[in-house]
Design a protein around this ligand. Structure first.
Ligand code: 13P
Length: 244
């Protein structure tokens, strides 16, 4: 099992110089650094150990789509991973399961590895774990509609990011994390067979303090880190907890 720690910088830092410095300070094996689009090229030049990821992608290779970035553009910049379906994109930019599905198809066709984000909000979670699982199952099914999962199994990573845990300091408990990671893996096993179970990451207020307990959770193959990925020393602590 290959542990993977993804640094989702979101819309940070403010300048290309700061981006290069942060990349230098967090450039480690098993890490994927995911800067904003304008910093990709510079960060790529800095990295010796970590891989490069992008925060989003469009679903065709070129055309009249103002503001969008295509899978091929990313590939040509040396990007290996792309985050698709992050809850911030679903909430603020009205991404739907359908657009997430189109992006997954396009990214896989371009041979990018997809970090497919799923996660329930607080209202769903309050109704209990069964409701949360049902919600996640639905997101998985819709996001992967018509995707040849067995063909692309090695290029699909699922990130379980409960919305209520993102940026709140309210990390899910190890029990919650393990339950959902096992649920996701079981769904893949039943739907696509035992050979086609993806790595599952947890995201949502992962910190230097919580990483140790998360690393021990059954079914968890790594983490997707937001805020703490902007603090090089804390991020290193997180990575060290996932060294196997
Ligand atoms: P935080 O680690 O800041 O809660 O963000 C998690 C996240 O959304 C990573 O994609």
């Amino acid at each position: 099992m290959n542990k993977i720690i993804v640094a989702n910088w979101k819309m940070n830092p403010m300048s290309i110089e700061e981006a290069a410095e942060l990349a230098r300070g967090t450039d480690m094996k098993k890490v994927v650094i995911v800067p904003p689009f304008p910093f990709l090229s510079r960060v790529k030049d800095v990295l010796k150990h970590a891989k490069l990821g992008a925060q989003d992608v469009f679903w065709t290779d070129s055309g009249a789509y103002t503001g969008e970035v295509s899978p091929m553009m990313l590939v040509k910049l040396g990007v290996k991973f792309v985050i698709v379906g992050h809850s911030e994109r679903r909430n603020y930019f009205h991404e739907t399961d359908e657009t997430v599905n189109k992006k997954i198809h396009a990214a896989l066709t371009a041979k990018l590895s997809v970090i497919f984000c799923v996660g329930e909000n607080k209202d769903v979670r309050k109704k209990g774990i069964r409701h949360a699982e049902e919600f996640i199952r639905h997101e998985l099914q819709r996001g992967l509609e018509s995707v040849a999962v067995p063909r692309h199994a090695k290029s699909i990573i699922v990130a379980y990011e409960p919305i209520w845990a993102i940026g709140t300091g309210d990390t899910a408990t190890p029990n919650d994390i393990e339950t959902m990671a096992m649920f996701i893996k079981e769904w893949f096993r039943k739907t696509f067979g035992a050979q086609n179970v993806p790595d599952v990451l947890y995201g949502g207020s992962v910190s230097g303090g919580s990483a140790h307990a998360i690393a021990k959770c059954g079914g968890i193959d790594g983490v997707l880190v937001g805020g703490a990925s902007l603090r090089a020393e804390e991020f290193k602590t997180i990575v060290q907890n996932f060294k196997v």
